[in-house]
Design a protein around this ligand. Structure first.
Ligand SMILES: Nc1ncnc2c1ncn2[C@@H]1O[C@H](COP(=O)(O)OP(=O)(O)OP(=O)(O)O)[C@@H](O)[C@H]1O
Length: 385
């Protein structure tokens, strides 16, 4: 079991650098790199080494002094909100280690620079390689897909049940699942993560996450429990089996929303028709059908009915039966209200503007939410009719 809070030791030659400001006091037990070290690692942050662009800045591939490759995420100077997430990310993942979580090597806090340094993962994100239509697209056979689903479930079960206090990730989605050289999945991007104290069943929070993956009770009520992550995982699971994004406006209307489509096929006992046709029928039909049912169990309207992540792992690995009789209709945000969301280009990764038409249909927002407010006063990028 891994426990918070962490000890407050900062390890680095940079700790005596007078230019490091008070942000450092919020950082515990993390290796600190100097800006110069990271500039050398990335050949002065040259464009050729840029491997991605996220909501909060650019990501470069670099080689550290010890010879290890690293993904170096430079927070953009304008990103005020990003600074908070920078500290969250550091404090959440610096002490935890798991095969299915991205590893943070350290960070840099110097003058205005805020930089995170991770282990470099060779095979990009699931949104690029499995769901994307660009040059990063890869073929995933059934065995690899099932291994990825189980790996992500194990990583999430670890965050939810083994770490104290429990961690809710809040942004489980295909672009936050990175793959190493063996296609082992690693959950990344802990900038929105929340710690749930042991004596609390939920925390009330400003809503953040990505539409399409967001549990309606959390999106609407701001009530955050681990079940919100389990909902997002259920959406991701169905995406991996079907090889398509949760929303695709290019499809006929009745097929645009993946969960609706899944429920429809489930009711017609035709669930297997959802499995990715690019597999050319080469998959374990019983396992694929079970995975889709687990996706439905995870996305049910009542959070209480959704299984815990450890049960999900057991079901995915065949150590627990998938009980059909427990499946109820998924919670669809569109059932609750008509959402108008200002569209923001989703984390378009560098050099992959053509990566995926499907990716364009993912929406991301961060909404201020106060429990005393009416939903109509939710501000920012999300508004309700
Ligand atoms: N550890 C890593 N190893 C290899 N590539 C990485 C790593 N971390 C990030 N990347 C690349 O950088 C891209 C951007 O990552 P980042 O986490 O900044 O944003 P995102 O998750 O794609 O988007 P958003 O910030 O909107 O959630 C990723 O899609 C991936 O291609």
């Amino acid at each position: 079991m891994t426990c918070f809070p962490f000890c407050s030791k900062v390890t680095s030659s940079a700790r005596h650098d007078p230019e490091i400001d008070e942000d450092i006091s919020g950082i515990h037990n993390v290796k600190l790199y100097t800006y110069k070290q990271l500039r050398n690692a990335t050949e002065d942050f040259c464009l050729a080494n840029k491997i991605g662009e996220g909501g909060f800045g650019s990501v470069y591939k670099g080689r550290l002094k010890d010879g290890k490759f690293a993904a170096i995420k430079v927070l953009s100077a304008e990103s005020r909100q990003g600074v908070k997430e920078f500290l969250t990310e550091i404090n959440v993942i610096s002490e935890i280690e798991h095969e299915n979580l991205v590893k943070l090597y350290g960070c840099c806090v110097e003058k205005n620079n805020r930089i995170l340094v991770y282990n470099y993962l060779e095979n990009n994100s699931l949104s690029q390689t499995l769901l994307g239509g660009g040059h990063n697209r890869m073929y995933f056979d059934w065995k690899t897909r099932s291994r990825i689903c189980i790996g992500v479930a194990r990583g999430l079960a670890f965050l939810h049940e083994e770490v104290r206090p429990h961690i809710v990730h809040r942004d489980i989605k295909a672009s936050n699942i990175l793959l190493d050289k063996d296609l082992t999945p690693k959950i990344s991007d802990f900038g929105l993560a929340k710690l749930i104290p042991a004596n609390m069943t939920h925390v009330s929070t400003r809503v953040a996450g990505t539409i399409g993956y967001l549990a309606p009770e959390y999106a609407i009520g701001g009530r955050l429990t681990r079940k919100a992550d389990i909902y997002s995982f259920g959406v991701l699971l169905v995406e991996i089996v079907s090889g398509r994004c949760n929303t695709n406006s290019h499809l006929p209307i009745e097929e645009q929303f993946l969960l609706e489509r899944t429920w429809d096929l489930y009711e017609r006992k035709e669930l297997i028709g959802l499995v990715d046709t690019s597999l050319n029928g080469e998959f374990d039909a019983e396992q694929a059908s079970n995975f889709l049912k687990i996706g439905l169990l995870c996305t049910q309207e009542s959070p209480k009915l959704r299984p815990s992540m450890s049960s999900v792992v057991k079901m995915l690995t065949g150590r627990m039966d998938v009980d059909d009789s427990k499946i109820t209709k998924p919670a669809l945000i569109s059932d609750f209200m008509d959402l108008k969301v200002r569209r923001k280009q989703e984390s378009s990764t560098y050099n992959t503007s053509s990566a995926s038409e499907n990716q364009d249909t993912t929406w991301r927002f961060t909404a201020q939410y106060d429990q005393t407010m009416q939903t109509s006063s939710v501000n920012s990028a999300l508004s309700f009719d």
